[in-house]
Design a protein around this ligand. Structure first.
Ligand code: AP5
Length: 183
């Protein structure tokens, strides 16, 4: 089995950016629940219809829906040689579901991207022009709140699997830190 890496960190920390670069470098799939959910919303599927307003408000989509799409994705052949998880698991219940499905080795290392709150708001407000429904000031604040309440406790739950990476620099400098954290 190849590398099984989880990206943790607040909204706007650069999880998607770094996970895409690392997935290309390692040749493993980049599994982003945010991307999968936005695709479902754009396609107008049943999942997308249920997720749309929840995502626009910055809250978490119900665990059973998210766990189902991740289990389906990780069962595909390309994930047999490893994967990068971005945005999942996002709370302790999702982490338990992942462990129940794939075992304790389902996450080998959890990379925690650390970025100041001012920088997060700045990055996401800059991205607002791209039209993501959740990139507006109120929703950004709610997403940060949800992160602190629901997702941050996973840092303790993953214990010594967690490696902190400075996410404040330029994209390539952050990536160098990600690579260093994995050797
Ligand atoms: P999701 O898509 O996972 O969003 P998020 O966690 O809020 O993260 P972002 O995509 O905003 O940020 P990121 O850390 O990936 O950073 P990025 O690389 O994009 O989730 C969205 C919603 O879907 C959730 O709120 C929830 O409703 C739902 N959802 C998703 N997963 C779920 C789950 N498991 N359970 C329940 N609900 C779920 O970078 C951000 C911006 O900064 C970009 O413009 C980028 O170009 C820029 N940037 C990146 N790195 C740098 C850098 N080093 N310097 C300057 N700019 C940078």
């Amino acid at each position: 089995m190849g590398r099984r890496i989880l990206f943790l960190g607040p909204p706007g920390a650069g999880k998607g950016t770094q996970a895409a670069m690392l997935a290309t470098a390692l040749g493993v799939p980049h599994v982003s629940t945010g991307v999968m959910l936005r695709e479902a919303v754009a396609a107008g599927t049943e999942l997308g219809k249920r997720a749309k307003s929840i995502m626009a408000g910055g809250d978490l989509v119900p665990d059973d829906l998210v766990v189902a799409i991740v289990e389906e994705r990780l069962a595909r052949d390309d994930a047999a040689c490893g994967y990068l998880l971005d945005g999942f698991p996002r709370n302790v219940a999702q982490a338990r579901a992942l462990t129940a499905a794939l075992g304790d080795d389902s996450v080998e290392v959890a990379l925690l991207l650390e970025v100041d709150e001012d920088e997060i708001v700045d990055r996401l407000m800059k991205r607002a022009a791209e039209g993501r429904a959740d990139d507006n000031e109120d929703t950004i604040r709610r997403r940060l709140e949800v992160y602190r309440q629901e997702t941050e406790p996973m840092v303790a739950a993953y214990g010594d699997k967690v490696v902190a990476v400075d996410g404040m620099g330029a994209v390539d400098d952050v990536f160098a830190g990600v690579v260093r954290a994995l050797v």
